[in-house]
Ligand binder design. Structure first.
Ligand code: PGA
Length: 249
């Protein structure tokens, strides 16, 4: 299976900074078949970044509205992102769940919207610090998977799943590094659980304070098929180094 590197630029870069980073990537990127780079700029920068990088990378939406078109002030749907060149969409990111109050029902609607549109959802799951203290990490991820996937007709789409322990995410979480062995074991649990919902070999990515110094310790593990990177991916040099190091594993 190829390695996936998802660059989630969150709201770190404005449009001009996003274009500069994209120009840097364009000038220095070596395209590889064994690594897929998925760039997720903010919605205002999305088309500009796509116009710079064209088909050198894949594109993902950071968030989608579940309804396709109509009177939904402020919303941008899975359909609109798809029409503008997105192939993927993050769904259920912990910052959406815990800062913007998205519950499992909203996550499910967004999963449906992506599948109906033809976007590949990157379903984000992970336990909070409190869950972990109470040893409820497996309970939490199993519940999140069930709510997002049970009875869902994937219509031939193979989603990606990103395991992101909330406590390991920089800035929002407490940025406590996740031991790669702990992550690998959680990925094994997730992969086993996923067999209930699909016959496909669903890639499971790790996210939470990944950078170019620690990426190899994650992607070299047997159950970790790539990474979802936030803050470190906003620096063009670091992102290209992440690709090189990810490709070597
Ligand atoms: P981080 O974010 O790499 O900045 O910890 C990861 C994520 O939230 O996707």
């Amino acid at each position: 299976m190829k390695t996936y590197i998802v660059a989630n630029w969150k709201m770190y870069l404005n449009a001009e900074e996003s274009f500069k980073t994209a120009e840097h990537i364009k000038a220095n990127l070596t395209k590889r078949d064994d690594v897929e780079l998925i760039v997720c700029p903010n919605a205002l920068a999305f088309n500009g970044v796509r116009d710079i990088l064209k088909d050198a990378v894949s594109y993902g939406a950071q968030n989608v509205a579940w309804t396709p078109l109509g009177a939904y002030t402020g919303a941008i749907s899975a359909l609109l992102f798809y029409q503008d060149g997105a192939r993927y969409a993050l769904v259920g990111h912990s910052e959406r769940r815990y800062i913007f109050g998205e519950d499992n029902e909203a996550v499910r609607k967004k999963m449906n919207a992506c599948i109906d549109t033809g976007l590949i959802p990157i379903l984000c799951i992970g336990e909070t610090h409190d869950d972990k203290e109470e040893e409820k990490q497996e309970y939490r991820i199993k519940k999140q998977l069930m709510k997002a996937l049970e009875g869902l007709d994937l219509q031939g789409i193979v989603p990606l799943v990103a395991y992101e322990p909330v406590w390991a995410i920089s800035n929002f979480g407490i940025g406590q590094p996740c031991d790669p062995e702990y992550a690998n074991n959680m990925h094994a649990v997730i992969k086993k659980e996923l067999t209930q919902y699909s016959d496909a070999d669903i890639p499971v990515l790790y996210g939470g304070s990944v950078d170019n110094n620690n990426i190899a310790s994650y992607v070299s593990r047997e159950n970790i098929n790539g990474v979802l990177v936030g803050s470190a991916s906003t620096n063009g040099h670091v992102l290209l180094d992440l690709l090189d190091k990810g490709a070597q594993c």
